[in-house]
Design a protein around this ligand. Structure first.
Ligand code: PMP
Length: 434
């Protein structure tokens, strides 16, 4: 197969007459060989307007954990459409969705729904400041928490680290960002327990916000004992520990990274896989913290929060994800894929790491050893990997240029093996062209 993408290229170019760059998100712009235009999706496949059928490992950047057309989720959303779209009030659906989250996630005693991960992160931070009466937030290099001014620091997937690793200088992520919005945001290097312990000892930090496993820039595991040390320091100094589980939540297991890694935060943020593509996010956490949202003076709004069709999809998604065996099957197929890709790189004589969870892993082209944090990860051969994923796309497999691979329940062994074969073919071309 050698797919072409000419119609996508033409249509995106034409759309620039009405839309900046022809896209609706910064992260869809400038991808190689062109932003693609799709006409439909089913199971593990995306169908673009050039007639290509592509095995999808973007999964829309994570949400489509049950694949693109899960019949139960679609049926639930379709049925709800006839009963109303948006009530501007409560429904049994959101009560049931919240109950399911509380049943599945260790830290979840209460849940508040939002419409995007960015908003949910903002809520978790506001809540932390309100309950602690402190202003300072600690985040980590390479961890992404949405595009808000206050957290878009030192996070570019292309690498924007500055200052020594022992005390990174926060780097703004966007032109037009309010430079003062970062004055209470401090950036540390992740996986370095002593940095958190030292900083928290000053007693003025409202919250530590982190991806419990760093999945935006790479898929990097916490070193043994790291999360435990951060947890202990937060408890000791009255700082709220927030895990941003927008990627890991309901993806690496029914209880997210916190259950899998065995460390419970005070608050956690969910989105993406919680509703299989419907616009749902949530903050979940300790009752004594979350209940401050009831009737007090902490403002959290959102016209679309807990929209009824989205909640129907959430209930159906969570019910399926609570089915025994579902993660185990993803686990074994993901492992097969990780091992198959690692062997393909080794056989082609190409240096690369394949790290992370079987349901969300990362290929670090050019890395000799698994990255420990952002400083290691940004040494990847980015340009080389863009060329490789572009070749892979021509062989019918769509994987993110920045190295992440997302798996769904629908990626079976035959799909995994076809993917490994496509990678071998792409690598053969890539090494010849080098
Ligand atoms: N946190 C993390 C860890 C994310 O990966 C993302 C999105 N990629 C967000 C927050 C922001 O979520 P959203 O795009 O829904 O605003």
């Amino acid at each position: 197969m050698s797919a072409v993408f000419d119609r996508s290229r033409e249509r995106v170019a034409a759309a620039t007459r009405h839309m900046p760059g022809g896209v609706s998100s910064h992260f869809r712009y400038g991808v190689s060989p062109t932003p693609l235009v799709f006409e439909r999706a089913d199971g593990v496949y995306l169908h673009d307007i050039d007639g290509n059928r592509l095995i999808d490992y973007y999964l829309a950047l994570g949400p489509m954990i049950l694949g693109h057309t899960p019949p139960d989720v679609i049926a639930a959303a379709r049925a709800q459409l006839d009963r109303g779209i948006l009530y501007g009030g409560q429904s049994e659906l959101e009560f049931e969705a919240a109950r399911l989250v509380c049943e599945m996630v260790p830290c979840a005693e209460r849940v508040r729904f939002c419409a995007s991960g960015t908003e949910a992160d903002q809520l978790a931070l506001r809540l932390s400041r309100a309950v602690t009466g402190r202003d300072v937030i600690v985040k980590f290099e390479g961890h992404y928490h949405g595009w808000m001014d206050s957290v878009l620091w030192s996070t570019a997937p292309t690498g924007n680290a500055m200052g020594p690793e022992s005390g990174p200088t926060p780097v703004g992520g966007s032109a037009g960002q309010d430079s003062l919005a970062g004055r209470n945001t401090e950036v540390l290097s992740w996986n370095r327990p002593e940095q958190v312990i030292d900083r928290l000892a000053r007693g003025d930090v409202a919250a530590v916000l982190m991806e419990a496993a760093m999945c935006n820039s790479g898929a990097i595991m916490p070193l043994p004992g790291y999360l435990e040390a951060v947890r202990e320091a937060c408890t000791k100094h009255g700082t709220i520990l927030i895990f941003d589980e927008v990627i890991t939540g309901f993806r690496v297991g029914p209880g997210g990274a916190q259950k899998r890694l065995g460390v419970t935060p005070d608050l956690a943020v969910f989105a993406k896989a919680i509703a299989n593509g419907f616009a749902v996010a949530a903050v979940a956490g300790r009752a004594d913290i979350m209940d401050q949202l009831a009737g007090g003076n902490i403002i959290h709004g959102g016209t679309y929060n807990a929209q009824a069709v989205n909640m129907a999809a959430t209930v159906a998604t969570l019910q399926r994800l609570a089915t025994p065996g579902i993660y185990e099957r993803m686990e074994s197929r993901g492992q097969r894929l990780m091992q198959g890709l690692a062997k393909a790189f080794a056989d082609a004589g190409v240096t690369a790491t394949v790290t992370g969870f079987p349901q969300i892993f990362h290929v670090g082209l050019g890395l000799e050893a698994p990255a420990v944090n952002y400083r290691d990860m940004i040494r990847v051969d980015r340009a080389g990997y863009v060329r490789l994923t572009t070749l892979l796309l021509k062989h019918g497999v769509r994987a993110l240029e920045r190295g992440a691979w997302f798996l769904s329940t629908e990626h079976d062994e035959a799909i995994v093996d076809a993917t490994i074969a496509a990678m071998r073919a792409a690598l053969a071309e890539w090494t010849t062209a080098k």
